[in-house]
Structures are given as structure tokens and as C-alpha cells.
Design a protein around this ligand. Structure first.
Ligand SMILES: NC(=O)C1=CN([C@@H]2O[C@H](COP(=O)(O)OP(=O)(O)OC[C@H]3O[C@@H](n4cnc5c(N)ncnc54)[C@H](OP(=O)(O)O)[C@@H]3O)[C@@H](O)[C@H]2O)C=CC1
Ligand SMILES: N[C@@H](CC=O)C(=O)O
Ligand code: NA
Length: 432
């Protein structure tokens, strides 16, 4: 099978290496040889550490869609629009199977691309798009095909998990650790996609679409990133028996699908709390299968190349699975529930003036909104002297189960209290 690759960055070069280094075992498993015959990237002159002298070069990556020496097109450029979208669309329109690692493209345009693939009767594979080397798509779409999935999600961004882990373990600076993740090839071309939660949301939208049988409108996914997580939150989380993780969570409810990405406090005793560094965890819960968790590397050259290569082997073997696990005939998209429909437990961190009555004012607001408190934590030794000779002190409150609508209402009023100095920080609690 002749493979044309658009994009020779971290993942593209990894795929070239893997197809060559494991050529014999891949041929045995695929039933035929998989050979890279054509490639494209922006800069032809760049040394990429792989020999491309016997491979055709396309200045325009879209040229791969109709290239005479290409049977399968692999899109590893990235981005939901522009050249990546043109390559995938063009290849499908030309009746060529496609493999992509592009979660942005699949999350935003997956519904229409599935229709194109079905019309052309060719596979569109994207295992690398969710959680890199973890077989997340295979698991949800194939292994759990007989079950009714109730919940899916997990730790879906390696860069964020790497940053949160290193901040917790070393106390190092956010920007410093992010630069390291970029050097290791974990981060997206624009790393704000990672740290603002968008990349995890792309993956969650794909997983939810597969799990619940309908692509989710990406714009309806609730997204919050990790920029506001500070050293104080990591400290309090540890003291209270939690770790902070950026989670993607999608659940099927009677009134619709909940799909949200945000930092969470997870109890130290849960398996997901132990997933650190660049590792991802994909969690699924089915009515029959119960709960399962897959852990592995969610980013980087080797893990991502493994997923792309597995898709190529599936295509070579003739395994064709519909994009969303079912025919696109009559398939409509689902709009996710809004955040005011969420419920849960919450961690609130406030910076307050240390004087009598402050706590009473805050708890009165929570009482009026029907929010009940579970735990309270304040350390007098963490006080800071203010210019007027009073002190400020961090105050942490953990609530019982409540509605997010009530929390948002209470927070607006708490922020207006004179004794509350900065914008309150709110983190949801999951898994206990
Ligand atoms: N890195 C990772 O760990 C993972 C990445 N992914 C996804 O895989 C895809 C690729 O990621 P990654 O390898 O990290 O990205 P890189 O930024 O490392 O590589 C992108 C490649 O695309 C090429 N490119 C950019 N624009 C064009 C264009 N107009 N025409 C042709 N080629 C172009 C670049 O060329 P040049 O080199 O000349 O600049 C580069 O080779 C993305 O969709 C990403 O989200 C998925 C899972 C994990
Ligand atoms: N930038 C992503 C790469 C894989 O999808 C991440 O950090 O997880
Ligand atoms: Na995967």
C-alpha cells in the first residue's frame, strides 16, 4: 500500500520512522507492505532526520489527494481549516482512504467528513486524534459497540497534565514547564489550544460523539483551561487529599448530553489521580461493561505514530468502520447542555480580610443560594499584611452537592463583599 504523508513534524516524521523500522512486522500484520511514496511539508530543505531521497515531494500538500503513486493519504498538518481540511476533503472526494491525527478537524467538521467518507465508501481513520497512543477510538467505537455508554472522558491533554504535575512536584513556573512540553513535541502549534482546554475539548467532543452515537456540536462544549490554577490551589488540594487534573467529562442524561472540560479536584485515592506527566487516561462507563480506564502516553512522536500506523494497517487489512460507528443516514448533531444545568461539589478559594464577621457574611450568601458547606480551611500563618495594617488570609470552602447555577449566583454576590479581596477561584470536585 502506497502512503502519502502531508506534514513532517513530530508525528509525520514518527510515522515515516515507524513504517521503516518495523517494515517487516507491519507487512506481516497488514498482509502487504506499507511504503511511504510521497510527502509534503512547508520547507523542503529542512533536515528532518529521515532520508526522503527516494520519496516524491509535493510542494502543494493538496497534490497528494490525486497523486498517481498514493493509495492512502495521511494528514498530519493540523488545524480545523485551511490546507488540512482541503487535503482530507479532497482525498475523500477522490475516493482515497484517509488517516488523520487532527482532532480539531474531526471535532468541528467530523459530521460532514463522515458523510463524504460514506458517500465515497472509503475509510476515514483518526485513532491518533484522541489520546495519542491510547486506543481510545478503537475501544469506544469497537470494543464497546454492544453496550450503552453512560459516561466517557478522562485526562485528554498531555501538555496540561505535564504542566500540572511539574508545578505540583517542583513548584516551577508555568511558562517554564510549558516551554519544556513544547520542546518535547507534546504541545500544539499554538500552545494556548492546550492550556486553555480547547485541545482536550476537541478530543472529548469526538469521544462523546462515538459513545453516544451522535457528533456533538463543538461550540456547545463547556471549556475552561488551567491558566488560573496557582501554587496555592495545588497546595490546598494536597492538604485536603486531592490532586488537580484537567478532565474532560461527557455524560448521557435523559435531557441531553453533558460535555465539559475544566480543572477538577480528584481524590488521591482514585486511579485517575495517579496519572501524571504526559500520560493520559481515557475513562468509559457502560451499562453492561461497568467502568474501565486506559492509561498511556497521549502525546509525542512514538505514541502518536503508533496510532496512525495502526489505522494504516486496518485500512490495508480492509477493516472499515463507519466514522461515528454507524451510518450517517439520518444522523443529526447533538447540542450539549449548558453549564447552568451542571451539578456537583465545588472548591472555592477566597482571599479575605482577616476580621470578625467575614465568614458569617460569606456563609450567609451561600445559605441564601441553598449551598451547603462540607469543609472549611484557613491558615492564620498564611496571612499577608495589608497597607492599612490589617491582614488578608486565604480561605478555602468545599461544598456539598449543589447546582452550578446556585454556585454562580452565590459567587457573584461573594465577589461584591468588601472583605473579599480578589476574584474567587472555583474548581469542581469529581469522583468522590
Ligand atoms: N504532537 C503530538 O503529540 C500530537 C499531535 N497530534 C496532531 O497531529 C497533527 C500534527 O501534529 P505535529 O506533528 O505535532 O505538528 P508539527 O507542527 O510538528 O508539524 C506540522 C507539519 O505540517 C507541515 N505544514 C504546515 N503547514 C503546511 C502546509 N500548508 N502544507 C504542507 N505542510 C504543512 C509543517 O511543515 P514544516 O515542517 O516544513 O514547517 C510540519 O511538518 C496535528 O493535527 C496535531 O494536533 C495528535 C496527537 C499527538
Ligand atoms: N497537544 C496534545 C497532543 C496530543 O493530542 C497534548 O498535549 O495532549
Ligand atoms: Na488514540
Amino acid at each position: 500500500m502506497r502512503v502519502g504523508i502531508a506534514g513532517l513534524g513530530t508525528v509525520g516524521v514518527g510515522v515515516v520512522r515507524m513504517l521503516r523500522e518495523n517494515a517487516a512486522l507491519i507487512a506481516a500484520r497488514a498482509g502487504r507492505r506499507l511504503v511511504v511514496t510521497a510527502v509534503s511539508a512547508r520547507d523542503r530543505t529542512r533536515d528532518r532526520g529521515v532520508d526522503l531521497s527516494d520519496v516524491a515531494w509535493c510542494d502543494d500538500a493538496a497534490g497528494l489527494c490525486a497523486h498517481p503513486d498514493v493509495d492512502v493519504v495521511v494528514e498530519l498538518v493540523g488545524g480545523a481549516e485551511g490546507i488540512a481540511r482541503r487535503i482530507v476533503t479532497g482525498a475523500l472526494e477522490n475516493g482515497r482512504p484517509v488517516v488523520t491525527a487532527n482532532k480539531a478537524l474531526m471535532a468541528i467538521h467530523g459530521a460532514e467528513l463522515a458523510t463524504l467518507a460514506q458517500k465515497a465508501d472509503v475509510p476515514l481513520m483518526f485513532e491518533a486524534a484522541v489520546a495519542g497512543g491510547i486506543p481510545a477510538i478503537k475501544t469506544v467505537r469497537e470494543a464497546l459497540a454492544g453496550d450503552r455508554i453512560l459516561k466517557v472522558g478522562g485526562i485528554l491533554n498531555g501538555t496540561c497534565n505535564y504542566i500540572l504535575t511539574a508545578m505540583r512536584e517542583t513548584g516551577r513556573d508555568f511558562a517554564d514547564i510549558l516551554a519544556e512540553a513544547q520542546k518535547l513535541g507534546y504541545a500544539e502549534a499554538d500552545p494556548s489550544t492546550d492550556v486553555d482546554g480547547v485541545d482536550a475539548a476537541h478530543k472529548l467532543a469526538i469521544l462523546a460523539g462515538l459513545a453516544f452515537g451522535r457528533p456533538v456540536v463543538f461550540a456547545s462544549v463547556y471549556i475552561e483551561g488551567i491558566r488560573r490554577i496557582g501554587a496555592l490551589d495545588l497546595h490546598f488540594a494536597r492538604e485536603l487529599g486531592y490532586r488537580i487534573k484537567l478532565l474532560g467529562i461527557a455524560r448521557q442524561h435523559d435531557n441531553g448530553i453533558e460535555a465539559r472540560v475544566h480543572p477538577c479536584l480528584v481524590p488521591l485515592s482514585t486511579p485517575i489521580a495517579q496519572v501524571d506527566g504526559v500520560f493520559n487516561a481515557v475513562v468509559a462507563e457502560g451499562a453492561f461493561v461497568g467502568r474501565l480506564m486506559l492509561e498511556g502516553r497521549g502525546a509525542g512522536e512514538g505514541p502518536t505514530a503508533t496510532a496512525v500506523t495502526a489505522d494504516l494497517i486496518d485500512i490495508a487489512r480492509g477493516n472499515a468502520i463507519p466514522v461515528w460507528g454507524r451510518s450517517t443516514d439520518g444522523l443529526t448533531q447533538a447540542v450539549a447542555l449548558s453549564r447552568t444545568q451542571f451539578t456537583g461539589r465545588y472548591y472555592l478559594r477566597l482571599n479575605v480580610v482577616d476580621r470578625p464577621g467575614v465568614l458569617a457574611d460569606i456563609t450567609a450568601v451561600l445559605r441564601d443560594d441553598g449551598v451547603s458547606l462540607h469543609t472549611m480551611l484557613q491558615h492564620a500563618q498564611a496571612r499577608t499584611l495589608l497597607p492599612d495594617d490589617t491582614y488578608s488570609v486565604p480561605l478555602v470552602l468545599i461544598t456539598h452537592h449543589t447546582s452550578e447555577a446556585a454556585m454562580l449566583h452565590a459567587l457573584r454576590h461573594i465577589a461584591l463583599l468588601k472583605s473579599v479581596l480578589d476574584e474567587p477561584a472555583m474548581i469542581r470536585i469529581e469522583g468522590d
